[in-house]
Design a binder for this molecule. Structure first.
Ligand code: 5RP
Length: 230
């Protein structure tokens, strides 16, 4: 799949999710290029059809995009329960388990996923895999990044501190933390791995999303149209 085909697939997935949003809904807004297509379409529906929605963004980047598209924003303080959330993923398996966090927004994304009654995951076909095998991002408290790294290595990963494009320092998340990208190879038991990572003090959250299969619908954009997996 070339870049143009991938962009068309992402756009179709995002637009499909945006069409599923109903008037009056409060929705979580994920971070990433695919969900930004959904925001673009939501912005059009607001401007053209008078759609009335409120968004809860998962990052400063998502908030800036949403404002650009005219989506009114709020927070989990105001709306601890969300009608739905739209988010992307780096990988999804047939059991609707996910790896997220390439955009370093996984901690807030998991809070929003947890708060939402249903979650629409928008992806292009390259994200669908039989077995999750991408590096798992772990958001780590900077104070504890060395001991957390050792604990993650003991679980079988080779943690790599995520750096910016110029490789001149760590990526700092919106929450002031670092990201360790952890390659575990093929992940045969994602639930147990997520539980094991959650037990490490200083590992604030990881990009495995295994506990939300019941409320997740994955929308896989194709070059023309999309397919829905739930
Ligand atoms: C951000 C994420 C993104 O949703 C994920 O990386 C997918 O991004 P994209 O839609 O740009 O491929 O988890 O933390």
């Amino acid at each position: 799949m070339d870049k143009a085909q991938q962009a068309a697939s992402k756009r179709n997935a995002g637009y499909h999710a945006a069409e599923m949003i109903k008037d009056g809904m409060v929705i979580g807004l994920g971070t990433g290029s695919t969900v930004f297509f959904a925001m673009e379409r939501l912005g059009e529906r607001i401007a053209e059809d008078g759609l009335s929605i409120t968004g809860v963004p998962t990052s400063y980047q998502a908030a800036i995009r949403a404002r650009r598209y005219g989506i009114p924003l709020s927070s989990l303080d105001e709306h601890p329960k969300l009608d739905t959330a739209i988010d992307g993923a780096d990988q999804a398996d047939p059991d609707l388990r996910l790896i997220k966090g390439r955009g370093a927004a996984l901690l807030r994304e998991k809070c929003v996923c947890d708060a939402a009654r249903e979650v629409l995951i928008v992806v292009d076909p390259t994200k669908m895999v039989e077995t999750l095998n991408a590096p798992v991002p772990v958001e780590v408290l900077p104070f504890a990044s060395a001991p957390v790294s050792r604990r993650l290595a003991a679980l079988g990963a080779s943690p790599v501190l995520r750096e910016g494009v110029k490789k001149d320092g760590p990526v700092v998340t919106d929450n002031g933390n670092f990201i360790l990208d952890c390659d575990f190879g093929a992940i045969m038991d994602p639930e147990s791995l997520e539980t094991a990572i959650a037990a490490i003090p200083g590992a604030l959250e990881c990009g495995l999303f295994t506990a939300y299969r019941e409320k997740i619908t994955v929308i896989v954009g194709e070059e023309k149209g999309c397919r829905v997996v739930s």
